[in-house]
Ligand binder design. Structure first.
Ligand code: SF4
Ligand code: SF4
Length: 475
């Protein structure tokens, strides 16, 4: 039987089933142990995180008073590390050809009636122009696994195309990539193409369930999939993004698993995950979420987000338009630092909305608002929408990025960058209401840049964006 070892490179040792089951037993046994829960909360207050066992105890805890403390701490940590900034991004679906048999995804190979599409480079260009015209600067590209239709060369060509398009004042400045687990050699190629984060959802950390949920195709191989982030890092990619699809397995198992994965990356590579995503299973063509037994309600979902926030304070957290406006609002407070806006989850959906009969979407979007509506809504809630991509472009990835987080200089860096990129958005893309609110937000928030010199430079840059048509400033 495999023995738990976070430093091992073998999937079954660093995501160890025995350790997870023991963790869940431990959490059950201690869920009413207020002394232990207090100690864990005190440790979390040091803002250096808590481990998978400690987090699992908090997740099992049902004491209303303690839960209030946990939520308050998550909110505080969110504020301390991310201020009021929310980074914006959009997904771009390149191709929905896929050879895998994932039972929860409409792109699975046996779905013969879904409309299969793959963007040509001209179509990529059109999609990117549409995204730039909305105001996006940061994309996450998505493609099914299909060595014939979507080989790595196709993905690389698309990345090149995306970065090359400069339409009006627009530019995509960071391309994150969400494609199937691959070889070190291919990860090197993605690294050389200048990707931002490599994102790969584990879907579920439970090996037995994983194999049942992925009955056919290369993704069936749990070990190869689970060890992908190690290969990505070996290939030179510093920033990796984890995620599970909540609803497939017991959420308590998944929380322990994802935190063990984060601990493993830290133990082996000296840097934890750049982001964690928290998708929940949603309806889609030929997928009914009710057929999966492990769905979680909104309250549990928010509890998970709060606990991840305090367990890994330096890791960004992402929520997509799978979630409704009201759930997103709650989740933002508790820990989410990045959200998508104005998303289309079909191939080619930004240029032309799809007719019903041509559905190529991966999931139904709950939050259907435009990017401008989302930006405006965020500011009305007191947030600062940020289109910043500075770290990646300044080479602050991996441990250099973590060093920035730990240096306490975030407020002198992320904050002015958020304001400058928001000003670009307001000048180039915002509707009149959003612009009016945004200009006030910027004026007020400039005063919250601690260093006088940085404040003066940021004010000058903002003036140049507004009055001299200059763009792309960053700290
Ligand atoms: S989840 Fe990914 S790998 Fe699985 S069927 Fe969908 S696109 Fe293919
Ligand atoms: S400066 Fe870096 S960490 Fe801060 S918002 Fe920009 S990209 Fe993110």
């Amino acid at each position: 039987m495999a023995v738990y070892n976070p430093k091992s490179l073998k999937a079954e040792e660093f995501i160890n089933d025995g350790e997870i089951l023991e963790t869940l037993r431990y959490a059950d046994a201690h869920k009413d142990d207020t002394e232990l829960i207090d100690r864990i909360i005190e440790k979390a207050k040091l803002r250096k995180g808590i481990d998978h066992r400690e987090a699992s105890v908090l997740l099992a805890c049902e004491d209303e008073e303690k839960l209030k403390e946990i939520y308050a701490l998550a909110e505080q940590i969110k504020k301390d590390f991310y201020g009021d900034r929310i980074v914006m991004f959009a997904p771009l679906y390149l191709s929905n050809y896929c050879v895998n048999g994932c039972v929860y995804c409409p792109y699975h190979a046996k779905n013969k009636h879904i409309c299969r599409k793959k963007l040509t480079q001209d179509e990529v260009r059109d999609e990117v122009i549409a995204l730039q015209d909305m105001g996006h600067k940061r994309l996450a590209i998505e493609a099914g696994e299909d060595p014939v239709h979507n080989p790595i060369e196709y993905i690389l060509e698309c990345i090149d195309t995306i970065y090359s398009i400069k339409h009006k004042n627009g530019a995509i400045r960071r391309v994150n990539v969400n494609i199937a687990a691959t070889t070190v050699e291919n990860y090197k190629k993605l690294h050389d193409a200048g990707i931002g984060t490599y994102i790969l959802f584990q879907e579920t950390y439970n090996k037995k369930s994983y194999e049942e949920l992925h009955p056919t195709g290369p993704k069936h191989n749990y070990d190869y999939h689970t060890e992908a982030m190690d290969r990505a890092m070996e290939g030179g990619i510093d920033d990796v993004g984890l995620g599970v699809l909540f609803g497939l397995e017991l959420y308590r198992y998944e929380l322990a698993g994802i935190l063990m994965h984060a601990e493993h990356l830290e133990a082996v590579h000296g840097v934890g995950p750049h982001t964690i995503s928290v998708p929940r299973i949603k309806a889609a063509d030929d997928i009914d979420p009710d057929t999966f037994d492990n769905g979680i309600d909104d309250e549990t979902f928010c509890k998970i987000i709060a606990i991840i926030r305090i367990a890994v304070p330096y890791t960004g957290m992402i929520i997509s338009t799978r979630e409704s406006k009201s759930v997103r609002e709650k989740a933002l407070r508790l820990g989410i630092s990045q959200i998508s806006g104005g998303s289309k989850t079909s191939v080619g959906g930004y240029v032309e909305p799809e007719p019903e009969e041509e559905n190529s979407a991966q999931f139904d979007v709950s939050d259907q608002r435009t990017l401008d509506e989302v930006v405006c809504w965020l500011m009305e809630l007191g947030y600062i929408p940020s289109f910043c991509t500075a770290c990646y472009r300044e080479g602050r990835t991996g441990d250099r990025f973590m060093a920035l987080c730990k240096s306490g200089q975030i407020q002198n860096c992320c904050h002015p960058n958020a304001l400058m990129t928001l000003e670009e958005y307001l000048v180039d893309y915002a509707g009149p209401k959003t612009r009016a609110i945004g200009e006030k937000v910027i004026e007020k928030e400039l005063l919250n840049i601690p260093k006088e010199k940085v404040r003066a430079i940021a004010a000058q840059h903002i003036d140049d964006i507004k009055n001299n048509n200059k763009r792309d400033f960053r700290f």
